[in-house]
Design a protein around this ligand. Structure first.
Ligand SMILES: *Cc1c(COP(=O)(O)O)cnc(C)c1O
Length: 431
């Protein structure tokens, strides 16, 4: 399969190059030249297929011959080595839980798949050693650290803002050791991201290290997120209704994968992009004007994104045609107060504990179903509520049970280098 750059359709890349480089040389996002149509026979047997069989049938169309079948299956087996349950919450509403992976957020799927692919390409030869450099505001760092832990030929360097990630998130970044290094930055997430961007343009660093990023623009993180839409579909109780999926969205990589799955033939009829006060897409669908703004801080902070990097891929799925997109996508945004009220109400009425991101997803779904009663709804729970312990416990006025894996993590010792500025980062990367 070949990929083109969304800045220049005549630029063509292999899957391997798109994974290793992340972005095209013109800084465009990579996009597959062809969207495969899954045959009717696939959907006939879908209810009987294993997770691994489903994932292989889907992803082989985008990897092509570049990874042999047995290797690709091994990567998928490792990627999907946990459960993706669909659970009824109330009449006509089901939740797809994506937090049963090692770092308890959906990003485990993309991070593990990318680590597997990059690890394979390095093992195959002639790439040399690679340094994955990422800035994180919370969940990305943990998932990437865990996904790449122990992968031969890869060093991981993670920058995170001091005092601005949750205690659990910090432990997930700083306690692994081996090929994972955490840099605690005296600054904000934006400072971390600026330093990473600068390092990618620094020839002195380029001469010493081969850098790549592991954020959601990488095709190897984006595409495997399709897997759980298929796995969820297999489990749905639909009662002959159409299906709508509501996805809590920040950079729009997750929902974009769902919409790609639908383009391949998965019968999901509509999507809702649910967001917090960072509502550029909600405003776009209402006005046809795309006006990014600086991000504002909310309690669903993994979605505090002012200019979602994957939205351009969603537009490409609809040939950049506004009216076609609007038929398949709705978007609503909600305040922190509404999010907290919802966590409380759903806990009280359905005894289900939402995290702040899942609560936003639930709210978006409710709003859509209010005027579309012919649909059956699913929302995605993108992180385990204990990752946002204080916010959730305050909202529902109830203590959460901490899973054993998290308790064990909290007892591990944090190891991080303190850095203040770009000079410190550069010194670290050159040492
Ligand atoms: C990253 C993240 C999101 C947003 O996902 P995108 O693919 O960036 O839209 C939502 N919820 C949680 C918990 C996350 O970590």
């Amino acid at each position: 399969m070949k990929y083109f750059s969304l800045n220049n359709k005549s630029h063509s890349s292999t899957f391997e190059n798109a994974v290793v480089k992340g972005l095209a040389p013109d800084k465009g996002l990579y996009f597959p030249e062809e969207i495969a149509q899954l045959p009717a026979s696939f959907f006939e047997v879908l209810p009987t297929l294993s997770k691994i069989e489903i994932a292989y049938s889907v992803i082989k169309n985008y990897v092509g011959e570049e990874i042999p079948k047995d290797e690709l299956v091994r990567i998928i087996e490792h990627t999907l080595d946990f459960d993706f349950p669909v659970i009824p919450v109330e009449k006509n509403i089901q939740v797809l839980e994506l937090f049963h992976g090692p770092t308890k957020a959906f990003k485990d799927v993309g991070a593990r798949f990318m680590a597997g692919c990059l690890g394979y390409f390095i093992k195959k030869g002639n790439l040399g050693k690679i340094t994955v450099l990422v800035a994180t505001s919370g969940d990305t760092g943990g998932a990437v650290a865990n996904g790449f832990l122990g992968v031969e030929g890869i060093d991981v360097v993670i920058l995170y803002p001091k005092g601005k990630v949750s205690e659990i998130q910090e432990k997930q970044l700083t306690t692994l050791g081996q090929n994972i290094v955490a840099l605690e930055v005296d600054g904000t997430f934006d400072d971390c991201q600026d330093m990473v961007k600068r390092a990618f343009l620094d020839t002195e660093i380029q001469n010493k290290r081969q850098l790549t990023s592991a954020n959601s623009i990488n095709v190897a993180r984006w595409l495997p997120q399709m897997f759980y839409y298929f796995i969820a579909y297999q489990q749905l109780q639909l009662n002959n209704k159409k299906v709508v999926f509501s996805v809590p969205s920040g950079n729009f990589g997750n929902i974009c994968a769902g919409m790609l799955a639908a383009k391949m033939g998965l019968p999901i009829h509509h999507f809702v992009a649910s967001s917090n006060a960072n509502n550029v897409v909600d405003r776009y669908l209402a006005s046809e004007k795309y006006e990014p703004k600086p991000s504002v801080q909310t309690i669903s902070n993994a979605m505090d994104v002012g200019n979602p990097s994957n939205f351009i891929r969603i537009q490409e799925l609809f040939q950049q045609t506004f009216n076609e997109l609007k038929e398949k996508l709705s978007s609503y945004s909600f305040t922190d107060l509404e999010t907290e009220d919802t966590m409380r109400k759903v806990f009280k009425e359905s005894n289900y504990v939402l995290d702040p991101h899942g609560a936003v997803g639930y709210l978006g779904l409710k709003k859509f179903l209010a005027t579309n009663p012919d649909y059956s709804g699913v929302f995605l729970e993108t992180a385990h509520p204990v990752k946002f312990l204080d916010t959730v416990e305050n909202a529902i006025d109830h203590k959460l049970e901490i899973p054993d894996s998290i308790k064990a993590l909290m007892n591990k010792e944090k190891k991080a280098f303190q850095i203040k500025n770009y000079k410190d980062l550069k010194a670290h990367l050159l040492s």
